[in-house]
Write a protein that binds this ligand. Sequence first.
Ligand SMILES: C[S@@+](CC[C@H](N)C(=O)[O-])C[C@H]1O[C@@H](n2cnc3c(N)ncnc32)[C@H](O)[C@@H]1O
Length: 283
Amino acid sequence: MRYINHAISIPLDFFHMTKPSNAPSAQEQFDESTSRRIEAIYLTPDIVAQRNTVLALLAPQQAERALDIGCGPGMTTQALAQAVGSNGSVVGVDIAEPMLAIARQRCGASPQATFALADVTALPYPDASFDIALATQVYEYVEDIDMALAELARVVRPGGRVLLVDTDWESAVWASSDNARMRRVLDTWNEHIPHPQLPRELKRRLEQAGFNSVQVEIVPILNLAYDPQTYSIGMMDVIGSFASGRNGLTAQDISAWKADARAMGERDAYFFSLNRYVFVAQR
Ligand SMILES: C[S@@+](CC[C@H](N)C(=O)[O-])C[C@H]1O[C@@H](n2cnc3c(N)ncnc32)[C@H](O)[C@@H]1O
């Protein structure tokens, strides 16, 4: 009887956090071609502005030891290297080798920036190795969030600062002349990560992992024209490649979805907005 009670008392969260999703792994998603696409999107004015806002919220200081978790193509690592200066250091870690190759090349002129192939759930650093750590658009890809947050809490020194950015695509407003098709594409896109709604629970999970003074901010992305140099138009290729062939969406459906966005632009009716959720906390 005691055994049965014990079994029933396992919190539902336990199943939520360990249940494997059907999302492809980060290594599968970030091959060489997608990594280059992401690099181009992250150089658009939309994401340059987002990066500036995010870095201002983290406020890196000269001589600090920084960790860029899931550094991707390394633009944030490069900015952190500049901010901490030659007396500081920044380590970029990522699980996808093609991303690390781009990041290493980008930061070649900054000896204070180094890189390592590592999983966020097993960071190869001693306790309290860093003064600051940041992960932008990374934790939503990680199956075991609590393990990742425990690692974050372990490697950042007490009193250090952390910043996380994640997206909930339910916050997207994307005008279309075929709302049902837009819904199908976005619902399918939600399947590319194990935690498409992570921002809704991240404050609580950070607090449970031992972080305090958790502040939550929104950084919106707003595109009012069909312009290839914007985040949303850049993302159409990435989203389209993922959605094509899934949930009954054909290559023709995706072509029609893209053509509709172009046509919306020609009618001066293009509209896209999306929220990034930024969490700043103290260890
Ligand atoms: C959308 S990109 C964001 C890149 C970068 N943080 C930025 O904002 O410029 C997500 C990155 O997280 C990395 N990633 C995902 N899961 C990871 C894991 N378990 N461990 C380490 N890196 C991971 C991916 O390989 C990819 O480079």
